[in-house]
Design a protein around this ligand. Structure first.
Ligand code: SAH
Ligand code: SF4
Ligand code: F3S
Length: 443
């Protein structure tokens, strides 16, 4: 038998990238490669990269410098760059980073075997073609992330919303949805293998759309199909765009117990003026109407968000609008960022990046400390309540404790007793921090 080569994949950026790395691992395993978690043993190192903000790219550049040193010690080592940064910078990267052998964009992973052959024959290899229909629907990802309890399923790719600040439409290409039968099949197989939670992924999952023989299937129907596989399979989804979060979708979430009561709904800014410059296609009022619908149709649903501080021309008043929107919604959790200008986006072309660095930092700090307060308040309100928690793993601090999540996606640490990861456990919350709930087994 031939000795397999070892591939080490390091993933940056969003959940879509984590899912893509699993697809890449699967493609490599059909070749003469096996995955390793030991970078020193690797014959092939792949960085699956992110371009969303400048600091995401800087992190990868720093990592490449470290890998350069490794390559000097092991001249046969192959280094490849995958993902959004590969797509954004293309062959420019081969000039700038001379020790990279391979560049592959998000729609090119099927070509990896041929590209690796090319590298073996001593050439550099690159494929950054975007595709209008690639969804990797037939590729069964190797589940390298997660603990055998939770898994990601990519249901659509690309984005055509072209928010003014965002690089994703350029790095991920056209929006396309995956055949629903292959999605349901993948979820069913995961359940049969012992997985108990799947997260349906896409940049805008709720604009999922498929048509067969003239009959459309939209996201609410797909979500319900996946949820009906088994009541013991939890279903989550990310990310939803506020423009497409319909009452129909909310009804489906409300009526299916195993669809998790947690919605990630990025607001970006609380100022309608800024939202319009961002080309988000909704106003503050529209967004708040959707929040009201969530509260009405799914009582007890958690709401989380993404916020950008210091977008072009943002005034103190705009910033205060963001602060007041955060209070009005009372987010359970938020991902918060400083605006980072991305080359060639509409904002980079049209608007000066004119909020001073110090002002951006101060506004971001205010946003972060308010969210800290809101998260703590949200967690405190759970004390004394009982939740069904899906155990995901053994706590890092003690092997006598497990951790898991509530339907609202809150992390709970609780006594292990005789439970194992994959079990549903009823837990009563006894204390909390802003980040974690602590519980005891309910009577
Ligand atoms: N598709 C999702 C978000 C994808 S990117 C959506 O539309 O909501 C994740 C988050 O990164 C965005 O929600 C936004 O808050 C942030 N982001 C994107 N581009 C950015 C930029 N240029 N500077 C700072 N943050 C950015
Ligand atoms: Fe970027 Fe907007 Fe698409 Fe989200 S919806 S990925 S923020 S362009
Ligand atoms: Fe980053 Fe690309 Fe995801 S830019 S956030 S890895 S889609």
């Amino acid at each position: 038998m031939e000795i397999k080569k070892k591939a080490y994949i390091e993933t940056y950026g969003c959940q879509m990238n984590i899912s893509d790395s699993e697809i890449v691992a699967s493609i490599l395993e059909t070749q003469n490669y096996e995955s390793t978690t030991d970078i020193k043993a690797a014959d092939l190192i792949l960085l699956n990269t992110c371009s969303i903000r400048d600091n995401a790219e800087q992190r990868v550049r720093n990592r490449l410098n470290e890998l350069h040193a490794l390559k000097r010690k092991h001249p046969g080592l192959v280094i490849g760059l995958l993902g959004c940064m590969a797509e954004r910078l293309k062959d420019k990267l081969l000039e700038e980073e001379r020790h990279i052998d391979l560049i592959v964009g998000p729609d090119g992973y099927r070509q990896l075997p041929q590209l690796l052959e090319q590298v073996e024959s001593g050439q550099k290899a690159i494929n950054v073609l975007l595709s209008a229909d690639e969804t990797y629907a037939d590729i069964n990802p190797v589940r390298t992330s997660g603990s055998g309890v939770t898994a990601f399923i990519s249901i659509m790719r690309g984005c055509e919303n072209f928010c003014a600040y965002c690089v994703v439409p350029y790095t991920r290409g056209k929006e396309r949805s995956r055949n629903p039968q292959t999605i349901v099949k993948e979820a069913r197989e995961l359940f049969e293998q012992g997985f108990r939670e799947v997260t349906l992924l896409g940049q805008n999952v709720n604009s999922y759309h498929w048509e067969e023989n003239g009959i459309p299937i939209e996201f609410p129907a797909l979500l319900e199909d996946v949820a009906s596989i088994d009541p013991l399979l939890r279903v989550r989804f990310a990310t939803s765009h506020p423009k497409d979060i319909s009452d129909d979708l909310l009804e489906v979430i409300a009526t299916n117990k195993n669809i998790c009561k947690s919605i990630h709904l990025p607001i970006q800014s609380g100022s309608t003026r800024v939202l319009q410059m961002m080309k988000r296609s909704y106003t503050r009022e529209w967004y708040m109407d959707r929040i009201a619908a969530i509260r009405r149709i799914i009582p007890g649903c958690a709401v989380t968000t993404d916020i950008i501080a210091g977008f072009c021309s943002e005034t103190e008043e705009d910033h205060q609008d963001t602060i007041s929107a955060m209070r009005e919604v009372g987010y359970d959790y938020a991902y918060m960022f400083k605006y980072s200008e991305r080359p060639n986006t509409a904002a980079a072309k049209k608007y000066p990046d004119d909020v001073e660095e110090e002002v951006k930092s101060r506004r971001l700090d205010e946003i972060i400390s308010l969210q800290q307060e809101l998260s703590l308040k949200s967690n405190k309100s759970e004390i004394g309540k009982e939740f069904e928690v899906l155990a995901e793993g053994v706590s890092k601090r003690s092997d006598q404790q497990l951790f898991g999540r509530t339907s609202q996606n809150k992390v709970v640490v609780f006594p292990r007793d005789s439970y194992n990861p994959g079990d549903y456990v009823t837990v009563k919350i006894i204390s909390c921090t802003a980040a974690t709930l602590r519980g005891e087994l309910a009577e």
